[in-house]
Every structure is written in structure tokens, then in C-alpha cells.
Design a protein around this ligand. Structure first.
Ligand code: UDP
Length: 327
């Protein structure tokens, strides 16, 4: 069976990717420094603890498993944190990815599927984005991911490293078997924070800004179910396996929801009240990030099946109620 190296495989999206890879017949090898991930989320293949900036450790792991490809999720991903400490993002995300690409090439592994982000686009007045939209990130997180895209483009031209880049919109939901789900410490993402507010793990959800240029004044995002998102990665791997060209795909649904709308849907889905307080804008937040996925659907055959707000919240809620990681 074929090994695939999954950086960040102990994290939210990476662990779901490992499950999907295993179901597709690959052996996912998780490489993760556990800075934001969880060892007990690694359930679907071997675990190698290590940092992306540790070239010797990476060389060792490449030589042990001889992976056919890398799925690169490992990164810091908080917009707010990236504005307080941009150096952390350039060091961990950009340097880590550079070392990873160099180690992969040295080991003869020439395929990488990379998790990029809609945060590379920045604000575009009320348009639905596509892969050709200009990239003007408003925060250091998005800037670090755009820089990694540049590394991949340069290494593609000069060293033959083949890539698929996925620019994600907002990811939510959980595995249908509730074996794995979303948990960060501290938690900063909207859906788990809403569920924490519902279950009393926190007093309320603070809505970051009510004076944006949107119908209800709160930011609009495009939410994709984590299971649909990782399905795209398996298709991305097959794209590279079949010798196709380097390609960028947006993974969105084409429909945006405001923070108030997500909270409203959570009340409907769970039948409980979401206590809200209204706060200041968060530095680095874009007003609206929404994308279609015509390219991924037409070229990859991606077919998102679970990306309704109701399904994402109900799967996340089921996971939340298992009490996993409820420390
Ligand atoms: N948000 C919020 N309160 C919170 C966390 C997030 O109002 O406590 C908003 C945030 O401003 C953004 C949306 O929810 O508009 C999604 O934020 P998240 O951090 O989940 O993802 P991001 O869009 O930053 O990747």
C-alpha cells in the first residue's frame, strides 16, 4: 500500500484527511509537532512527532516511509494571533514549508497537496471569488500562506515539484462517526465557540464587529463541511498521480453566511439559545469571503454533499456532545 505523509495530521482537518486517505486505500503517516494538534486524533495510520523546521527529523521520516506524496496541512491558522505575532507565522508556516519541500525533493517525493486559504485574497468588494481573483491578504496568516504558494510555484518551475493548491473557505462540521472533530486550545473558530456558548462551556459568543458593510453588519464567510473538504484532497492526490499539471482550486460553496446567521442556524439545529455579546472588530478580518467551486467540480469531479450549515452544525454538535477533549 502507498504511504502519504500528512503534515498536521493530528489537527482538525488533517485528522479527517487521514480517515479519508485510509478509506481510499492509502496509509496516512502523520507528521505533527502537537503544537496545536492532539496525539489521540491520530487513529488511521502511524504517527511521527516532529517539527516541520527540523530537516534531520523530516529526512528520517521520508526515508522510513518513502511516501508517494505529501498532504501539507501543518500550519498555524489563527488570524488574530497572526496579527499579534506575525514572526511566528513566517517562521512556522513559511520556513516550515520551505524545509518540507526541500526534504521532499531530496527524498525523491515530488507531489504535494497544499492547504492554502481564502485569506490570501483579502477584501474584494462584494464579489464571489474565483481562482483568478487577486491575492491581497489582510493578515499575516494569509500572507504566510500566499508566500508558500510562491515557494511551490518556484519549486515547480525549477525542481519539478508537482502541486495542487486548495484555497479553503471556512471549514466546519465533524466526522459522521464522531471519531474525530474540531477542537483547538484555545478555541478561536466560530462554530465550536457557538457550541461552547450553547453548552455553557463559555458564557457567550462575542460577535467581532457589527458595523461591517453587510446586510446585518457582521462578517460573511463561506462554510464547507470538513468531510467534503478532505474528499477534495483525495481527488487532488489522484490528480497528481495521473500526471496532471500544477493547479489551484478554491473550495467554497458559493453561498455566504454572516456571523449572526450562523448563530441563528445553530439555534435552529440544536434547539437551544446562543447567548451573544457584541464586541469590537478583530484585527485582520475581511468583510466577506465567498467562493464558488466551479473549477474543482468541473476538473476534479469534486461533489460536496454535506456542506449545508444545518448539516455542519449538527455534525459538530454531535461531536461536541461526545465530550472528547472536554478538559
Ligand atoms: N468570529 C466572531 N467571534 C468569535 C470568533 C469568530 O464573531 O469569537 C467571526 C470572525 O470575525 C469571522 C467569522 O466569525 O467573521 C469566522 O471566524 P473564524 O475565526 O471561525 O474563521 P476565519 O474566517 O478567521 O478563518
Amino acid at each position: 500500500m502507498t504511504h502519504v505523509l500528512v503534515t498536521g495530521g493530528a489537527g482538525y482537518i488533517g485528522s479527517h484527511a487521514c480517515k479519508a486517505l485510509k478509506a481510499a486505500g492509502y496509509i496516512p503517516v502523520t507528521y505533527d509537532n502537537l503544537s496545536t494538534g492532539w496525539a489521540d486524533a491520530v487513529k488511521f495510520g502511524p504517527f511521527e512527532e516532529g517539527d516541520l523546521r527540523d530537516r534531520a527529523r523530516l529526512d528520517d521520516v521520508f526515508s522510513t516511509y518513502d511516501p508517494a506524496a505529501v498532504l501539507h496541512f501543518g500550519a498555524l491558522s489563527q488570524v488574530g494571533e497572526s496579527m499579534h505575532d506575525p514572526g511566528l507565522y513566517w517562521d512556522n508556516n513559511v520556513i516550515g514549508s520551505l524545509v518540507l519541500c526541500q526534504a521532499a525533493l531530496a527524498a525523491g517525493c515530488e507531489k504535494i497537496v497544499f492547504s492554502s486559504t481564502c485569506a490570501t485574497y483579502g477584501d474584494h468588494d462584494n464579489v464571489v471569488l474565483d481562482e483568478t481573483s487577486a491575492q491581497h491578504p489582510l493578515n499575516a496568516y494569509g500572507a504566510s500562506k500566499r508566500a508558500i504558494e510562491d515557494i511551490l510555484n518556484n519549486f515547480g518551475v525549477s525542481h519539478g515539484l508537482k502541486h495542487v493548491i486548495f484555497r479553503y473557505f471556512n471549514v466546519a462540521g465533524a466526522d459522521q462517526d464522531a471519531e474525530i472533530g474540531e477542537f483547538h486550545h484555545p478555541e478561536t473558530h466560530l462554530v465550536p465557540l457557538i457550541l461552547d456558548a450553547i453548552s455553557g462551556k463559555r458564557d457567550a459568543l462575542t460577535v467581532f464587529g457589527t458595523d461591517y458593510d453587510t446586510p446585518d453588519g457582521t462578517c460573511i464567510r463561506d462554510y464547507v463541511h470538513v468531510t467534503d473538504l478532505v474528499d477534495a484532497h483525495v481527488l487532488g492526490l489522484k490528480w497528481l498521480d495521473s500526471g496532471r499539471d500544477n493547479r489551484v482550486f478554491n473550495l467554497g460553496t458559493g453561498t455566504g453566511f454572516s456571523v449572526r446567521e450562523v448563530a441563528g442556524q445553530a439555534e435552529k439545529t440544536t434547539g437551544q439559545t446562543v447567548p451573544l455579546v457584541f464586541g469590537e472588530r478583530r484585527a485582520g478580518d475581511c468583510t466577506k469571503l465567498v467562493s464558488g467551486s466551479e473549477r474543482a467540480q468541473a476538473e476534479l469531479g469534486w461533489n460536496p454533499k454535506k456542506s449545508t450549515l444545518d448539516q455542519m452544525i449538527s455534525d459538530a454538535w454531535r461531536w461536541h456532545q461526545t465530550g472528547h477533549y472536554d478538559k
